[in-house]
Design a protein around this ligand. Structure first.
Ligand code: ARG
Length: 459
C-alpha cells in the first residue's frame, strides 16, 4: 500500500519500489509512530476535525496496533512503503474509513522526524545506562587496585610511575564527558516537528505546545521548514557515538598491549578471550580488538551522514531517508560492545609484580632533577645534570640507582647520600599530590568525588 497514487497511471517499477521502500529500516520506529499518531488524533479531536466517535475508534485501533507490535503479532507486509503506511494500513483494516482522517494536516515529513526524535529520546537513556555500568566496572577496578604501581607512558616510552588506580580512573572521565554530551544533546532532540506539515506548517489549529508536552517533548519546533529538514540531532548523536567509540578504542588498545606477553600487566579471564584454530596456546583479546575496529565503523557512519546532509536544499529531500540506518547501527554497535567490555574489565586480573618490574630507575630521572631543585638549583640546570646521569648510567649499562655517590657528585657537588631515596617509585608517586595527580591521597580524593557524583547520578 502507498499513501499516494491518485495522479499516477501506472504503478511504480518493482526495482524502484525496492529502492524507495524504507520499511525494512524504519519498522524500528513502530512504537513511536503509533504514539505520535495517538497524540495527533487527540490534537485533531481537540481541533474539531475528529468527532468523539471517530477519535475513540482511531485511538482504540491504534492501541490494538501497538499491542500487536509489542506481542510480535503485527504482520509487516513488504507492499507497505514505510512504517507510517504500515500503521495506517493496519488501522484502516481495524477501524475502517475513519482511519483516513488521521493524516489530516499531517505529512510523513513531520511524522518521520517526530518518530525518529522520539526513538532517540528513548535510546539515549539506554546508552547512558550502559556507559554508567562500564564506568562502575572501572571504579571497582580502581578501588581494588589499592596502592599498586605501574609504569606510565608518553610516546609509548616509559615515562613516570603512576598508580594503577589512577590509570583505571583515567578511562572513567572520558566516558563521563560522553554521558554529559548525550544529556546535552537531549535538549536539542526534544523539539517536536509534528504540526509542521510537509514544510509550510499545518492548517489545523492545533495547540503544538500541548502536543509537544503530551509526547514528552520540551517544546515545539519554531520553524516548519527547518523542522522537517533538520537532522543535526542525528549527526550529533553519531558524533557522540563515535566519540564513545574512540574512547573505548583507546582503552581497548591498551588492554591489547598490556595483555601481551611482552607487557604482561593484565590477564583476561577465559570468559572474555578467544582461541586460535591453529595455535593451541593462543589467548586472544578479540573483544577489545573488535571494539577498536568498530570505532572505525562508527566514524564511517558519522561521516556518511554528514556527507548526505551536505548541500541538501531545504526542506525535505528523500536523501534524508538515509538518516536512520546509521543511527540504528551505531546504537546497536555500542550496545553490543559496552556490556562486553564492562564484563571483560570486571574479570581482568592485574599483575602487580609485572607492573612493578617494568618501572626502572630511569623513570625517576625527573625526580632526580627535582631533588637538585630542592637544593636551590634552577630546573633547567638540574634537567641537564639528571640527563647526564642518565647518559653515564646508560654507558655503564647500569640503573641510576647503581651509580656511585662519587659519580653523582662529579656531575654536581650538591648530591648527597640521600639521593638514592628518589629512586623509590612510590615516593615519586606520593610527590604528585596536587589535584588530579597520581599520589595516593589525590587518587583517593578523585575516587571520593566520583563516588559522591555517582550516588547523586540517578539515571
Ligand atoms: N520514509 C521517509 C523517511 O524516512 C518518510 C518521509 C517520506 N516523505 C515523503 N514525502 N516521501 O524519510
Amino acid at each position: 500500500m502507498t499513501l499516494w497514487g491518485g495522479r499516477f497511471s501506472t504503478k511504480l517499477n518493482d526495482q524502484a519500489w525496492d529502492l524507495n521502500s524504507s520499511l525494512p529500516v524504519d519498522q524500528r520506529l513502530a512504537m513511536q509512530d503509533v504514539d505520535g499518531s495517538l497524540a495527533w488524533a487527540d490534537a485533531l479531536h481537540r481541533a474539531g476535525i475528529l468527532s468523539d466517535e471517530e477519535h475513540a475508534s482511531i485511538s482504540l485501533g491504534l492501541a490494538t496496533v501497538k499491542k500487536e507490535f509489542t506481542s510480535g503479532k503485527f504482520l509487516f507486509v513488504p507492499s507497505d512503503e514505510d512504517i507510517h503506511t504500515a500503521v495506517e494500513h493496519r488501522l484502516t483494516e481495524l477501524v475502517g474509513a475513519a482511519a483516513g482522517k488521521l493524516h489530516t494536516g499531517r505529512s510523513r515529513n513531520d511524522q518521520v522526524a517526530t518518530d525518529f526524535r522520539l526513538w532517540m529520546l528513548g535510546a539515549i537513556p539506554t546508552l547512558d545506562a550502559a556507559l554508567k555500568d562500564l564506568q562502575s566496572a572501572l571504579i571497582e577496578q580502581a578501588e581494588f587496585a589499592g596502592e599498586t604501581l605501574m609504569p606510565g607512558y608518553t610516546h609509548l616510552q616509559r615515562a613516570q610511575p603512576i598508580l594503577l588506580a589512577h590509570w583505571w580512573l583515567s578511562h572513567y572521565h572520558p566516558l563521563q564527558r560522553d554521558r554529559e554530551r548525550l544529556t546535552d544533546l537531549t535538549a536539542r532532540v526534544s523539539v517536536l516537528p509534528l504540526g509542521s506539515g510537509a514544510l509550510a506548517g499545518t492548517p489545523i489549529p492545533v495547540d503544538r505546545v500541548a502536543l509537544a508536552e503530551s509526547l514528552g517533548f520540551a517544546e515545539p519546533s519554531p520553524n516548519s521548514l527547518d523542522a522537517v529538514s533538520d537532522r543535526d540531532f542525528a549527526a550529533e548523536y553519531l558524533f557522540c557515538a563515535t566519540m564513545i567509540g574512540v574512547h573505548l578504542s583507546k582503552l581497548a588498545e591498551q588492554i591489547v598491549l598490556y595483555t601481551s606477553a611482552e607487557f604482561g600487566f593484565f590477564e583476561l579471564s577465559d570468559a572474555f578471550s578467544t582461541g586460535s584454530s591453529l595455535m593451541p596456546q593462543k589467548k586472544n583479546p578479540d573483544v577489545f580488538e573488535l571494539t577498536r575496529g568498530k570505532a572505525g565503523t562508527l566514524l564511517g557512519l558519522l561521516t556518511g551522514l554528514l556527507a548526505t546532509l551536505k548541500g541538501l536544499p531545504s526542506t525535505y529531500d528523500k536523501d534524508l531517508q538515509e538518516d536512520k540506518a546509521p543511527v540504528f547501527a551505531a546504537t546497536d554497535t555500542l550496545l553490543a560492545i559496552l556490556p562486553v567490555i564492562a564484563g571483560a574489565l570486571r574479570t581482568i586480573t592485574a599483575k602487580p609484580e609485572r607492573m612493578r618490574n617494568a618501572i626502572d630507575s630511569f623513570m625517576m630521572a625527573t625526580d632526580l632533577a627535582d631533588y637538585l631543585v630542592g637544593k636551590g638549583i634552577p630546573f633547567r640546570e638540574t634537567h641537564a645534570i639528571a640527563g647526564k646521569a642518565v647518559g653515564v648510567a646508560g654507558e655503564k649499562n647500569v640503573g641510576l640507582e647503581e651509580l656511585s655517590l662519587e659519580a653523582y657528585q662529579a656531575l654536581c657537588p650538591a648530591f648527597e647520600a640521600d639521593v638514592y631515596q628518589v629512586f623509590d617509585p612510590m615516593k615519586s608517586v606520593e610527590k604528585r599530590n596536587a589535584i588530579g595527580g597520581t599520589s595516593l591521597q589525590s587518587v583517593k580524593k578523585q575516587l571520593a568525588g566520583i563516588r559522591r557524583f555517582q550516588s547523586l547520578d540517578k539515571s
